[in-house]
Design a binder for this molecule. Sequence first.
Ligand SMILES: Cc1cc2nc3c(=O)[nH]c(=O)nc-3n(C[C@H](O)[C@H](O)[C@H](O)COP(=O)(O)OP(=O)(O)OC[C@H]3O[C@@H](n4cnc5c(N)ncnc54)[C@H](O)[C@@H]3O)c2cc1C
Ligand code: SF4
Length: 563
Amino acid sequence: MASVHPSDFPPPFENSDYVARPQAGEDERIEVGVLIVGGGPAGLASAVRLGQLIGDDPELAETLGEVPIALAEKGKAPGSHLLSGAVINPTSLKELFAETDPAEIPHYWEVDKEAVYFLSKSSSFRIPPPPQLRNHHNWVISISQLARWMSEKAEELGVYLLPETDCQQVLVDQGRVAGVITGDKGRGKDRQELPTFEPGMEVHARTTVLAEGTPGHLTSVIRRHFELDRYSIQTWELGVKEVWEVPTGLDRLIHTTGWPLRLGKKWREYGGSWLYPMGDDKISLGFVVGLDYADATLSVHDILQEFKTHPLIKGILKDGRRLAWGAKTIPGSGIYGLPSRLHVPGAVFVGDSAGFVDLAALKGVQYAIRSGMLAADAIYEALKANHASAPAGLWCYDKRIKDSPVWSDLWKVRNIRPAFQRGFAFGGMVHGMATASRGHFPKKITPIRDATEPVFLGKRTPITADGQLTFDKLSSVFASGNKTRDDQPDHIRIQTRVPRILAVAWENMCPAKVYEIAADGATNGTVTVHTNPSNCVQCGAITAKGGRLTPPEGGSGPEYTLT
Ligand SMILES: Cc1cc2nc3c(=O)[nH]c(=O)nc-3n(C[C@H](O)[C@H](O)[C@H](O)COP(=O)(O)OP(=O)(O)OC[C@H]3O[C@@H](n4cnc5c(N)ncnc54)[C@H](O)[C@@H]3O)c2cc1C
Ligand code: SF4
């Protein structure tokens, strides 16, 4: 069967174009003490923790200038670009807000009932939950709502929030990260200046926290610039989520595996679904699929639509209506995807930017928050000792992570996801072995990069949406709140003349209908791919499968509020 390796068609992207030397004079730049790039749970935890520490230390605050802590977020508002399941382990969150009554931290439910099902097309079999999917005492939250609340707390602690701010380039001065350059606003399709044009700014910082989530643009530029990825292999999963309003709420947490995914080894279809109650009248549901899948006709967007037609799920959603939709990638390699160091001179990596996710448990929020807090502690220590700018000044962050549950938890599950890349039977065996031996066996299974896995044309057919239970991609983009103007420069980097199989794979993979094969495209051989970048919800999947996502103009993209 004819197949194509996406990695054979690398995107037109030069890392060095995104690394710059500081040039702006004193009056033309913004000076801050610590700059946090990204307002997800990791960045906000860093901000809050630093705000607490520096708030108690006016002497240090004074040395950091007028803006001791700033946080840049590309979304329209805090939480706009955040999407997660989410059932979270709340331990680190409660620790971060130790002075706050836990009941005041936005969450829907403390889990006390759960079920796991194996699905075939028309039936469901309840199976015992594997240890990773046991969630008693965890919290169901909306990450977008949690981030809005955390950002208010950060502001109360003196953190300067910069929404609609896309960090495009990294400033490197004498081998040290010295800040970022933010993106221009008001450029047209050909990068021409429109009447609304405002140039980006150099933001100089003593220390920069990379909290961009997945797949971080500047993070990846810095990791490549400092050669931190020689031994790391990152893989990604794509998750598509909906929030439904229903007449009768769900009384338990549900996870499913099996249908609509196919178990055969040749398909490489790894993933599953979740349904989490959000109070008495709302449900979060979604489907996650590993982006190493083989069939170019697979669409994760449509898998979720198909999943909702299963009798078990259809019954739960009966007489309900969809309130929100979104999509995002998750880094899947755990420890094998981490950079060789968790810091470079002048900067640290936290949360998904480093790759702190336990995919077997679908848990990243607790590690994002914990790593953000540990980064803040390390930065505070380094600033106090006046060695934050020294080449090895932030080593204490690596040490703190390695001594924490972030490291020990991820170490135990490190082989589970890569084992499933070799088929379900092998994955299942390794899952059992790794769980029973607490990660001691097997020793190492190396992940395989998504883009190096071949794709071929299978026979999945697009769903026919009914507009009630199932939806097409354009109505999903609408439900994400995306109002990006159509005349922005294209922020997607792909080769536009590629083999038809790859073009079909991109067309199906993108949950937001960004890629289209030109109408005059040959049915075989090489075709032209057009993009509709304003549809993009910045899920990041294209980076896994042969292209490259860069941040569009700040403030564009989805406007999530419930996801
Ligand atoms: C579908 C799905 C389901 C999940 N389910 C769960 C779950 O149930 N439980 C759980 O614990 N974890 C879950 N996770 C994982 C969890 O959501 C992540 O691990 C966690 O959100 C990571 O936090 P973060 O702050 O590192 O990154 P993110 O949450 O991704 O936040 C990064 C922020 O940085 C901003 N940003 C990025 N680049 C730039 C830039 N260049 N300039 C300015 N801003 C930038 C983004 O807009 C975003 O707001 C799930 C993830 C997904 C995708
Ligand atoms: S174009 Fe945007 S929405 Fe589509 S796959 Fe790429 S990053 Fe995701």
